[in-house]
Ligand binder design. Structure first.
Ligand code: UD1
Length: 417
């Protein structure tokens, strides 16, 4: 298994071109099952997760043509089964449920099962499909859904915000008969990107970016070229790295307003942040101050930046309270940060972090993607050599991480353990 050996203590300085967003790319890839012609996605990040999704689409029968970060999909699905072996690799495979059901009237998708950051059920996805008229059976670990006469528009009220269920429902409703209203819909930028792509293919979606999305079903979708939006979580991770190491990074090809909730707290903590149309410059010259955060659906503080933020607070002056309201059990980075000397006490869904002046080198291991990057960021601040094990998690969500960090002065190398 690969590990990263990191010799920390050097400030990150330089320019990073941020890649396309993983969380926008995954539903956009599922859209390729919905069109009659061809879908071309540009700025598609090269990641283990996007590769897994492409593998699933090929399994469904689509033809894929790939040229670096531009990938085209054509043909029709001939197989409506998303098997356990492919879904188990990546939960977001559940996003093929809505597209397959809407376009072909049937889908059999393995239940994703448990996950390192909590139980993460898919009941809202299933209920949304039922509301749209599908018959759904859960048997042998599979969601077996049918709508032989097509789906019908409906009013779907989500009990709480779910990004994935909003996406699945929006895709399914795009090809349903009649009008669908999604109430308490997710407002994440990735939802807007998905709606923009679907509308360019002929869908009739309005209200995306608010908590009520209206979808008037159409008979068919046509070809389009779509540019995947920049990854706000990758950008946020680098921004935190710049501040933690008292460095200076310029992030390019980003949408700064997608990072407002992070930038606001980072400014409160003492970081300097300048933004332009599609860039931001982040620096810090002194130790940061402790500032509390609570994760929330967008536009609140992203749960996907909580671990990285906690790593930053481990070095801040004072104590901060970090509350995780989206996922249960999303503090697996805590014992690993503690191995590096961090002082963190977890109480239910909150963690109290008492900042130290420095952390110390240690071998650490993470069990999910964002926990892994938080350990890398912590290691970058530490004088001495730390080893972050099991970095296959990082390959799921950070495109060319070592090259990007290395170009900004980080000393790190991938080793086989
Ligand atoms: C997406 C992101 C993930 C991010 C999360 C929250 C992708 C591919 N992944 O995940 O990186 O951390 O949004 O911003 O875009 N829930 C249910 N039943 C359901 C669905 C969700 O109870 O059917 C719960 C989840 O367990 C969680 C909460 O709802 O507690 C929010 O999850 P959701 O927004 O659905 O996350 P994902 O779409 O899986």
């Amino acid at each position: 298994m690969d590990a990263l050996e990191i010799t920390g203590g050097t400030a990150l300085r330089g320019t990073v071109k941020v890649s396309g967003a993983k969380n926008a790319a995954l539903p956009l890839l599922a859209v390729s099952l919905m069109g009659a012609d061809k879908l071309t996605l540009e700025n598609l990040p090269a990641l283990a997760d996007t590769n897994s999704m492409i593998e699933l689409l090929e399994h469904h029968g689509l033809t894929v043509a790939r040229n670096d970060e531009t990938v085209s999909f054509s043909g029709s699905a001939t197989n409506f089964d998303a098997p356990y072996e492919l879904v188990a690799k990546m939960r977001a495979s559940i996003l093929v449920l809505g597209p397959l059901l809407a376009r072909y009237g049937e889908a059999r998708v393995s239940l994703p099962g448990g996950c390192a950051i909590g139980t993460r059920p898919v009941d809202l996805h299933v209920k949304a499909m039922q509301k749209l008229g599908a018959t759904v059976e859960l048997a042998d670990g599979y969601i077996q859904a049918r709508a032989p006469k097509g789906l019908t528009g409906a009013r779907i009220v989500f009990p709480f915000v779910s990004v994935g269920a909003t996406e699945n429902a929006m895709m399914a409703a795009a090809l349903a008969r009649g009008t669908t209203e999604l109430v308490q819909a997710a407002r994440e930028p990735e939802i807007i990107d998905l709606a923009t792509c679907l509308n360019a293919m002929g869908a009739k979606i309005t209200g995306h970016g608010t908590d009520i999305i209206t979808i008037e079903g159409v008979d068919a979708l046509h070809s389009t070229n779509h540019q995947v939006l920049p990854d706000r979580i990758e950008a946020g991770s680098f921004a935190i790295g710049a501040a933690m190491t008292c460095g200076h990074l310029r992030l390019e090809t980003i949408v700064p307003e997608h990072l407002e909730s992070l930038f606001d707290v980072m400014r409160d903590a003492g970081a300097s942040i300048k933004t332009g149309a599609d860039w931001a410059e982040i620096s810090a010259s002194n130790r940061l101050q402790a500032v509390d955060i609570e994760t929330r659906p967008y536009p609140g503080f992203a749960t996907d930046l909580q671990a990285q933020y906690m790593a930053m607070m481990c070095l801040a002056d004072g104590s901060s309270v970090i509350s995780e309201t989206i996922f249960e059990n999303r503090f697996m980075h805590v014992p690993e940060l503690a191995r590096m000397g961090a002082n963190i006490i977890v109480d239910g869904r909150s963690a109290v972090v008492k900042g130290r002046e420095a952390l110390k080198p240690a071998p650490v291991m993470a069990t999910d993607l964002r926990a892994s990057i938080s350990l890398v960021l912590a290691a970058l601040t530490i004088d001495g050599v730390s080893r972050v094990n099991r970095i296959y998690h990082l390959d799921r969500g950070y495109s060319r991480l070592e090259q990007k960090l290395g170009a900004c002065g980080a000393k790190l190398q991938r080793i086989q353990t």
